[in-house]
Design a protein around this ligand. Structure first.
Ligand SMILES: *Cc1c(COP(=O)(O)O)cnc(C)c1O
Length: 372
């Protein structure tokens, strides 16, 4: 029999620290200085944290430029923040989405000649259509005007005028690695390309790009992960961000394993000694990756209990994860919380062989969400 407290709940809780979010926004704003706007990447439901709540809070912190991937996301953000901010749609506009662009006043990021012509046609008869952003590819070779296509665009003055862009942007491929010469190459390519246009506000840096220094900031930076407390670069010591997200899993049952007992699906774990195990109520359906299972490779996968790191053992299952609590001073009570991610997001991502981005994106939609 185990004890439990009065607040025992068998549901996981996703804690989202709004004060930390604002701290991170202000920290980045301070770093880039007053001449550079800090926009926010709130695509993919604000990296899984909830686009409405997050956008609203960032708006409250002074953010007036938002980036989403799709017009559907843009519509939701617009509903949350009102009319007094720009929302750029990174994937661009396509015929089926135009109603959303006009209805929610979304600015398409124009990535190619095709998109430029399409947008020009779309806004021909629209009274005060949204502005757009021009995306010049400088080496990531993903979205954006490839250089030959951009040369054609430069020559087409009437097209340039008609699509009414108010931002020139590009995106860095290797920014987390500050020593990588590719960063400077992209910077130079970006400046060269922009010089061929009438000057407009420019934007190059995502979170990691901000740490490359002043010359990468231009008039706008576009952080995502740093706002959400994730480290963006290979040198986290330089980053002043606070953790935003903790997944709290309640202890549902305490088990005593004897030496030789196995645990979990496929019996992948066998106890080498007698041990105490806490079965906690969150699994891969809540965002704890299966690759965080013990023996899955990488490092040791852990959660925090009683201010100590405790190891995941066996295979993470859909709703449950087992933790070795043998080293803890006190045997946990039912309903005690095991914290996943939090200030250990980076290590957790590394030991689960994934990115901190992916850990956030996969966060639970069934956990009770506590924004505080
Ligand atoms: C997602 C994205 C960002 C934000 O990236 P982070 O690494 O999360 O800061 C910025 N710009 C573009 C074009 C993006 O796709």
């Amino acid at each position: 029999m185990s004890e439990f407290g009065p607040n025992y709940s068998s549901r996981p809780v996703l804690r989202i620290d709004m004060a930390a979010l604002k701290y991170n926004y202000n920290s980045l704003a301070k770093r880039v200085g007053p001449k550079t706007h800090v926009a926010a990447a709130v695509k993919a439901d604000a990296y899984g944290l909830g686009a409405e709540r997050i956008s609203k809070a960032l708006y409250g912190a002074g953010c007036r430029n938002f980036f989403v991937a799709t017009s559907g996301e843009g519509k939701d953000v617009r509903a949350a923040i009102g009319d007094n901010a720009s929302i750029y749609v990174l994937n661009g506009a396509a015929p089926r989405d135009l109603t959303l662009f006009f209805g929610s006043n979304l600015k398409p990021v124009i990535n190619s000649m095709t998109q430029a012509h399409m947008w020009m046609d779309a806004i021909k008869n629209v009274k005060s259509p949204p502005f757009s952003a021009l995306h010049i590819d400088t080496g990531i070779n993903r979205l954006g005007f490839p250089s030959e296509e951009f040369q054609k665009f430069i020559k087409n003055k009437s097209l340039q005028e008609k699509i009414q862009f108010d931002l020139i942007m590009s995106h860095l491929a290797c920014a987390p690695d500050q020593e990588n010469p590719y960063n400077k190459q992209q910077l130079d390519a970006f400046k060269r390309a922009a010089a061929a246009l009438t000057m407009k506000p420019m934007s190059l840096a995502n979170s990691a790009g901000i740490y490359l220094g002043k010359q990468y900031h231009f008039q706008m930076v576009r952080p995502g992960i740093a706002l959400y407390g994730g480290y963006a670069t290979d040198n986290p010591a330089q980053e002043d961000v606070k953790p935003v997200v903790s997944l709290m899993a309640p202890v549902l049952q305490i088990r005593r394993l004897k030496k030789g007992d196995s645990l979990g699906y496929n019996a992948t774990f066998t106890a080498e000694n007698d041990m105490t195990v806490a079965i906690v109520g969150a699994g891969y359906a809540d965002g704890i990756p299966v690759s965080a299972s013990s023996g899955a490779g990488g490092g040791v996968n852990q959660a925090t209990m009683q201010n100590k790191r405790v190891s995941v053992i066996g295979r993470v299952s859909m709703d449950l994860t087992a933790l070795d609590v043998t080293p803890l001073k006190k045997t946990p009570r039912l309903g005690d919380w095991a914290e996943f991610f939090g200030s250990n997001l980076q290590d957790d991502a590394a030991s689960a062989q994934t990115l901190n981005y992916e850990l956030l994106i996969r966060l639970s939609h069934r956990a009770r969400r506590e924004y505080r």
